[in-house]
Design a protein around this ligand. Structure first.
Ligand SMILES: [Zn+2]
Length: 447
């Protein structure tokens, strides 16, 4: 599964979508992790300890280290900046002024809400523009991105339009719930969040063509489709060739990726055209098998169930936190009622802060799922490719090289930001994982 940042624009959804948002073979942010949670199967002859499973040539290594530093800083500063902007909107009484002004112009309550939240998104977008522009500048200068500035702006503006069109009605709904049930609104918000999430997952692949170009994979690379079908069969993932797509990622990036997205009738596999034909098919099979793992191991429903449980407490906590903010700053901010538009921003502020604080928890869970999918993927290609260990290690090296992943990220950065175990950890695990050695059996496949 995969979620792009356009779904995450508002802090509230960053939180809601947490946990199930990161099932790609590679995170949106630099890949990442902790010690493997599954014991490494040791084989008789292991390579010398000094030889890392994932390594880069010296020139690329220097670039990867420099680029990772910038990406990490942008990631953390971006999250904090969003909190600061919402806080400033409240503390400067800009939000209250805006609400008053809109009430003067529009008479209908819903129209007022639409204007207010649309304005809020535009302000959030504008305030984040310098950071995201810098991010694009950096990715371009390291030749990860090949997208023109015009194309980039067009995409960014489209994402804003999309956020306004989809998210504004949702915020109106949540705002209405707060007004309707001022004491127990967090419970109502909790009840509607999960169905919304399921819909988002279902609809996501249908929205993607607004942003990216897709072609049937069969037309472009029938040999790869035939190979993928072997993995489909072995994993019991029901994806016919008609649901295999090639995404024209080369228009925008040199990075590699492949993923499974959607649920039920919209489920499909997407392989980037930077990947198909550029790395050996065996490696793509491993990446695909990893993705199948997310489905077969029910990571999506499990993630949702966990989220349902935790959101219950998170929403409750955010409600207390917001109530405290209103008591402490409400008069000064002109936000004495959480049910007002300005008051709702206080709640969004609380959710954004809590979401940021919970990022390591969310990422820790995600890394757990990703590691499981790695194990599953490597087992799934057993018998299909000649040497699963070698294939997986090669795939991680190719992914890491294409995205310039840091081979030795700091443990703190991994803990806080990485939705995937680091490329190094994943490659090391893959190198030593051979459950069939000495007559053993796999965790997910008997043979
Ligand atoms: Zn994954």
């Amino acid at each position: 599964m995969r979620f792009t940042k356009r779904w995450l624009l508002p802090g509230i959804f960053a939180l809601m979508l947490a946990g199930v948002s990161t099932f790609t073979v590679r995170g949106q942010t630099p890949a990442a992790p902790q010690a493997s949670t599954v014991p490494v199967q040791s084989t008789a002859a292991q390579p010398a300890a000094s030889q890392q499973a994932y390594s880069l040539p010296p020139d690329k290594l220097a670039k990867a280290i420099a680029l990772s530093r910038i990406r990490n800083i942008l990631d953390i500063v971006g999250s904090l900046w969003q909190i600061v902007v919402i806080w400033l909107l409240l503390a400067s009484r800009f939000a209250q002024g805006l609400e008053t002004e809109i009430k003067r112009i529009a008479s209908h309550r819903w129209a007022q809400g639409v204007f207010f939240f649309a304005a809020f998104f535009i302000i959030l977008w504008l305030s984040g523009l310098p950071l995201s522009m810098y991010g694009h500048y950096v990715e371009r200068s390291y030749q990860i991105s090949v997208q023109s500035w015009a194309g980039w702006f067009q995409d960014d503006a489209k994402e804003l339009g999309f956020a306004i069109a989809i998210t504004t009605p949702l915020l109106l709904l949540f705002n209405w719930i707060v007004r309707r049930w001022p004491r127990r609104y967090w419970l109502g918000a909790w009840a509607v969040t999960l169905p919304i999430l399921v819909i988002v997952f279902f609809v996501e692949p249908l929205v993607e063509p607004l942003f990216e170009k897709y072609e049937p994979l069969q037309a472009h690379n029938p040999a790869l489709v035939a190979d993928l079908e072997k993995v489909v069969e072995r994993t019991g993932t029901e994806i016919p060739p008609s649901r295999m797509y090639l995404m024209k990622a080369s228009l925008k990036t040199n990075g590699l990726n492949a993923y499974v997205t959607g649920i039920g009738a919209t489920k499909r596999i997407v392989v980037w055209d930077t990947t198909a034909g550029r790395i050996p098919n065996d490696e793509i099979l491993f990446i695909f098998a990893h993705e199948c793992g997310h489905y077969v191991l029910n990571h999506l429903p499990k993630g949702m169930a966990l989220m349902a449980e935790s959101l219950f407490f998170i929403y409750w906590f955010c409600a207390q936190f917001a109530a405290w903010m209103v008591a402490r700053f409400g008069v000064r901010w002109g936000a004495t009622d959480l049910g007002s538009r300005t008051g709702f921003l206080v709640l969004l502020c609380a959710i954004t802060v809590v979401g940021f604080a919970l990022e390591p928890v969310d990422n820790g869970l995600s890394r757990h799922f990703e590691h499981q999918a790695d194990v599953f993927g490597q087992e799934a290609i057993h018998g299909i490719v000649p040497d699963p260990q070698k294939t997986a290690v090669a795939a991680f090296n190719d992914l890491g090289k294409a995205w310039l992943d840091d081979p030795n990220p700091s443990p703190f950065i991994e803990f806080w930001l990485y939705s995937h175990p680091s490329t190094q950890q994943r490659a090391e695990f893959a190198e030593h994982y051979d459950p069939w050695a000495n007559g053993g059996r796999g965790k997910f496949f008997a043979k």
